[in-house]
Unconditional design. Structure first.
Length: 292
């Protein structure tokens, strides 16, 4: 899989009554390919995986893989706090042609570091699809420590991490334990510039749902070592990075996308539509970025 890229953490579009909107999903895939996204990540948290049924989860992955048709990698959301369930999701993603699985740390259970090693080892023993670990302590309440990541990085099919710890020094620490070739992707748009300066090679991005071309150009600039160009794009996008996450990020992303005519802003409970003040912030950020 290519390095230094923006992987769009794809929203799952719904109709106004809350059902899957597969026609819009296919249009979004085409738009991302045309805009230069380097990979697509369906059915992560941004794809509202917690409120999709298992059938809907599988359908979205199948439709995205089919629409992409090999043009860019598909990294399928395949995580669960049940190892057995995670194995099933990973095996399904492999069976329909996904290029890798994004596997979040088991949430709510609060496993030990030994439990995390056992969990991911079991996944790799059941399926050889490449795995990117999704480490997001703020949501899962468990943190894969650099020493543990180093143990997991020795397993050939565990190829990288989406790091949403917010700790920029974590990149350097994991280069020490995992090696320089271990793929480290930021899980936070706002800190992706510093993340790559520490040795990261990309971002699984929420903002890329709204500004994929700019996000791709930003990552490409960091690959060239042109941090001046990257900083110019960062300055354009920073208000949007911040505004999208004033309330849950996928809600902000869907609202911004609705302003661009890309999809309906509908989300599923327990998430609710944006408040008016946040809408105004996103509108201003879109204008600042030159998107409207």
């Amino acid at each position: 899989m290519s390095c230094s890229r923006v992987d769009a953490s794809l929203v799952t579009p719904f109709t106004p009554d809350g059902e899957l909107d597969l026609d819009t999903l296919k249009k979004l895939v085409e738009w991302h390919v045309e805009q230069g996204s380097h990979a697509i990540v369906p059915v992560g948290t941004t794809g509202e995986s917690p409120t999709l049924t298992h059938d809907e989860h599988r359908t979205v992955i199948e439709e995205v893989v089919r629409a992409v048709n090999g043009r860019i990698p598909v990294i399928a959301g395949a995580g669960s706090n049940s190892t057995r369930e995670g194995i099933g999701l990973l095996q399904h993603a492999a069976s329909v042609g996904a290029d890798a699985g994004l596997v979040v740390t088991p949430y709510y259970n609060k496993p030990t570091q030994a439990g995390l090693i056992a969990h991911y080892t079991a996944l790799t023993e059941a399926c050889d699809l490449p795995i990117i670990i999704y480490n997001i302590p703020g949501r899962s309440v468990v943190d894969v420590m650099p020493e543990t990541m180093g143990v997991l990085a020795k397993i050939p099919s565990i190829i990288g991490v989406k790091d949403a710890t917010g700790k920029l020094e974590r990149v350097s620490c994991q280069r020490m334990t995992c090696g320089a070739d271990f793929i480290q992707l930021s899980g936070e748009d706002a800190t992706a510039l510093g993340f790559n300066a520490h040795g990261g090679v990309g971002c699984i991005s929420v903002t890329a749902n709204v500004a994929p071309r700019l996000c791709a150009q930003f990552q490409e600039a960091t690959l060239r070592g042109d941090y001046a160009a990257a900083l110019e794009i960062q300055d354009r996008l920073m208000p949007l990075h911040l505004a999208i996450f004033v309330e849950p990020g996928l809600v902000g992303a869907k609202y911004a996308m609705s302003r661009l005519g890309l999809c309906h802003e509908r989300v599923r409970l327990p998430l609710t539509p944006l408040t008016e003040p946040t809408r105004h912030l996103i509108d201003a950020a879109l204008e600042h970025a030159g998107l409207i």
